[in-house]
Design a protein around this ligand. Structure first.
Ligand SMILES: [Zn+2]
Length: 136
């Protein structure tokens, strides 16, 4: 028996899409205006989905206060109102929202154990959504 709980968080951060693996011209071609040297910002909406059995004593998959505390400690405090490109996790990783999804998933998966992190879904803009469910 398995149930799922999803909770949404807001994260405001700036970034610049750029990789040392490409020339300056190829960076501009690949990333367009997102390669602007001055960067730009997003108000990301991050949805965290946790799955597992419903605890018969509490009736919950995970205590919401526990989830809030872990997400705040591990993700929000680290990235909110920061430049993602300056975080060591993005030194060798382009700060796309695909990679942000993977990064958030990896940071949270171990921190939430024994609860099971099922999925991270991030809305970057009203038209762009990204999901990552781990490497399994
Ligand atoms: Zn962007």
């Amino acid at each position: 028996m398995k149930a799922y709980f999803t909770r949404a968080y807001t994260l405001s951060a700036s970034h610049r899409l750029h990789t040392e693996a490409l020339s300056a011209e190829d960076n501009r071609t690949t990333f367009g205006k997102c390669n602007n040297p001055h960067g730009h910002g997003h108000n990301y909406r991050i949805e965290v989905t946790v799955g597992g059995p419903v605890d018969p004593a509490t009736g919950m998959v995970i205590n919401m206060a526990t989830l809030d505390q872990v997400v705040n400690d591990v993700v929000i405090r680290r990235f909110d109102h920061m430049n993602l490109n300056l975080d060591p996790l993005f030194t060798h990783r382009v700060s796309t929202t695909e990679n942000l999804s993977i990064t958030v998933f990896d940071l949270l998966a171990s921190a939430l154990a024994p609860a099971i992190l099922e999925k991270i879904r991030i809305e970057e803009t009203e038209n762009n959504f990204f999901e990552y469910s781990g490497s399994h």
